[in-house]
Design a protein around this ligand. Structure first.
Ligand SMILES: C=CC1=C(C)c2cc3[nH]c(cc4nc(cc5[nH]c(cc1n2)c(C)c5CCC(=O)O)C(CCC(=O)O)=C4C)c(C)c3C=C
Ligand code: FE2
Length: 410
């Protein structure tokens, strides 16, 4: 056994213990997770490397886990001829793999060695099922109506080949090598059962890059995520997670993920004056405070008018149109990654937001808000929705269970 293997094995005990106390879970975009170092080996790792997130629990990880620095999204279609039994074997393999990797262990079979020196680095693997999965596995009767296709929005420019899919895996970690290692392992473990349909890579700020935990910025430079629902709020669970009383009990504790690849037209955006950029959103760029005053967390005064009698936050400002108060309470947990896939043929950056939002029901979250944004958001001329996916993400597995077992063995 190599030294590296040795240190990763010693790590396991401590991370497992930390996982059991739920140390690593916190509000999205919020508090920095606790480190789990408890001996000399671990002390050598930074808090970033030694932080582990539990795989088992009521909800899958990667939903309320603080944003990680690196993200990979990968969608698969079951291979021709593969059905329910292949899907069961695949979810067993992926779940065992996720449990190993999230504890900082190498994969039991065919590990590539890419993450050997690293701790778990807040790695999470989150698994979801697309609408077509239920046709492929003969489980249509178990398919919740929440997976009905999203409506077409007038501004959509979607590429079907980079949209949807039978299965979806979201990988996040605070170390790029740990994240890539997990991505490769997931792909290899798919074996002959499933083929990659599309794959996207994203990033966020590295933990510790700022002098205090702060809401992230996106590639337009805006503070993005301020008004996300917080786990401490009384209606958080109701909004984000499927309750126990549901027509499809296998989704208890689960959530629906809407994934949109949103290209930012940065050349156009960056031509705007700072004042104009701030009016597009309705918030200050420097600190994310509402244009109506205060700090980032001050409530936005949507009715406030200026000396000229006009609304301070314009009626087409993004933050106004998207606000739950303007959408019969519709809310979602936004947990995105930025992306940059190089420079397009026309010389513009192929960059933007891998917008991922979580909700108990897309018809009470993403859909009504996007309908409204589609009709008159000041941000629309500067963004383009290029790909889309909707996935049912079941609740977290109990110890000894695999993800999706309650569906696949129903
Ligand atoms: C359909 C849902 C949404 C899409 C798509 C979306 C795209 C998008 N948003 C920004 C930047 C910001 N969004 C902000 C707030 C905000 N956005 C949505 C929804 C979608 N955004 C909601 C529900 C909210 C919260 C509104 C509220 O409760 O007041 C903000 C302001 C800061 C914040 O609260 O997060 C920014 C900035 C971009 C760049 C973008 C597409 C690329
Ligand atoms: Fe937004």
């Amino acid at each position: 056994m190599s030294d590296n293997n040795f240190s990763r094995r010693r790590l396991l005990g401590s991370v497992g213990a930390a996982g059991a106390t739920g140390l690593a879970l916190g509000a999205a975009g919020g508090v920095v997770s606790g480190a789990t170092a408890s001996d000399d080996t671990l002390a050598a790792l930074t808090a970033v490397g030694s932080t582990g997130v539990p795989f088992y629990g009521e909800h899958q990880s990667g939903i309320t886990t603080p944003l990680q620095a690196r993200g990979h999204l990968i969608a698969f279609d079951l291979a021709p001829g593969a059905g329910r039994s292949e899907a069961v074997a695949l979810m067993r393999r992926w779940s065992a793999l996720a449990a190993e990797l999230m504890e900082g262990r190498p994969a039991a079979e065919g590990d590539t060695g890419v993450a050997l020196d690293a701790g778990p680095s807040s790695l999470t693997l989150t698994f979801g099922f697309g609408r077509s999965f239920f046709d492929r596995t003969g489980l249509v009767a178990q398919r919740p109506p929440e997976l009905d296709p999203l409506p077409n929005f007038s501004s959509d420019q979607l590429d079907a080949r980079r949209s949807n899919g039978d299965l979806w895996v979201q990988i996040g970690a605070d170390d790029s090598l740990v994240a890539f290692h997990a991505l490769r392992a997931v792909q290899k473990a798919a074996g002959a059962a499933a083929r990659v349909r599309w794959q996207m890579n994203g990033f966020n700020r590295s933990p510790g890059a700022t002098d205090r935990p702060m809401t992230a910025r996106n590639l337009m430079g805006q503070v993005d995520g301020t008004r996300n629902p917080k786990p401490s709020e009384p209606d958080f669970d109701r909004r984000i997670f499927v309750p126990a009383k549901t027509a499809h009990p296998w989704m208890t504790g689960g959530s629906y993920a809407v994934v949109r690849r949103i290209r930012m037209l940065l050349d156009d955006w960056e031509q705007l004056t700072l004042k104009k950029q701030e009016q597009v959103i309705g918030r200050r760029k420097s600190d994310g405070a509402p244009l109506t005053g205060g700090s980032e967390t001050t409530e936005i005064a949507l009715d406030k008018t200026g000396p000229d009698g006009r609304l301070v936050v314009p009626d087409n400002a993004h933050a106004r149109i998207a606000a739950p108060e303007q959408n019969s309470g519709a809310a979602m947990l936004r947990r995105p990654f930025s992306f940059h896939d190089g420079i397009a043929a026309d010389g513009t950056p192929d960059a933007g937001l891998l917008f991922i939002c979580w909700q108990a029901d897309p018809l009470r979250g993403f859909v009504p808000v996007q309908r409204k944004l589609d009709r008159g958001d000041a941000l629309s001329p500067f963004v383009r929705h290029e790909a889309s996916g909707l996935f049912a993400v079941p609740g977290g597995p109990r110890e000894g269970e695999y993800v999706g077992q309650r569906l696949l063995e129903s």
